[in-house]
Design a protein around this ligand. Sequence first.
Ligand code: TA6
Length: 300
Amino acid sequence: MESAFAESRRFEIPGTADVVEGKGGLQKVCITSPGAVGEMYLHGAHVTSWKPAGAEEVFFLSSQSRWEHERAIRGGIPICFPWFGGKADDPNAPAHGFVRTKAWQLESIAQVEDGVIVSMFTESDEDTKRWWPADFRVVYRVTFASELRLELVVTNTGKMSLRFEEALHAYHRVGNVLKTRLGGLCTVHYIDKTDSNRKKTQHGEIAIVSETDRVYLDTSDAIEMEDPALRRRTHVAKENSRTTVVWNPWVQKAHSLTDFADDEWMQMICIETSNVSDFAVELAPGQQHKMEALVRVADF
Ligand code: TA6
């Protein structure tokens, strides 16, 4: 533990990016910059907070989240890789892959204009090969500034080609999900995971009126979210991402989750920049793929 901390502290920029002990004794990087404040855990390379200057917290974090090595943090931005949801050929494999419960390592921390870039990485090892034979390196760069930039870079470091799914499973904090509307997916086809994976088409804006678990397919468009309760507009743009997942557990699923409070479904909605399902990524040996999301918020 001590050496891992010492190792991470080498990257600190005192007062701007401090490596400290967070919840459950897990290491986190605390960001304080002119453009934003934020937090990112090495456990899962998990962003748990981003507040652009002058704005309120953008991400939802459950009051019931677990802070343990084996468990994913409930809220913020978990990273799903190298599969999304259940693993098709192995029901015992962890949901959403294994990197969200892995101890990542710091690669660099740099100060830029009004913010800070934190870069973490993880690689294939004996543990990952229990579930997935591939050789890979994943680098995740997060720019905490007046905008939040997320860059997930996957490199195939092996000799065989690999195929993977990925998602930045962002939990956006909202004032009242019943009044929140999502635009940018009109006419897009989606898989409805609450209705036997039936394929449907989005008509107009998305309103949350029941459990919602949808994979929007073949879309590179930005999402515009309007939250009248917080008087906030959130814009999520993306690159090299062909799917967008939208999720709200609603009442029953919320109740079934042990690390989520019963009424918290009202305060969050997940907008997930991703490449899943038929849009999984194929990478030849030595090749690299970068998926990017850019989040902006504005009051209205
Ligand atoms: O992204 C939506 C989803 O795949 C839902 O099906 C739901 O299970 C959610 O992720 C949360 O998954 P988790 O494994 O974190 O409980």
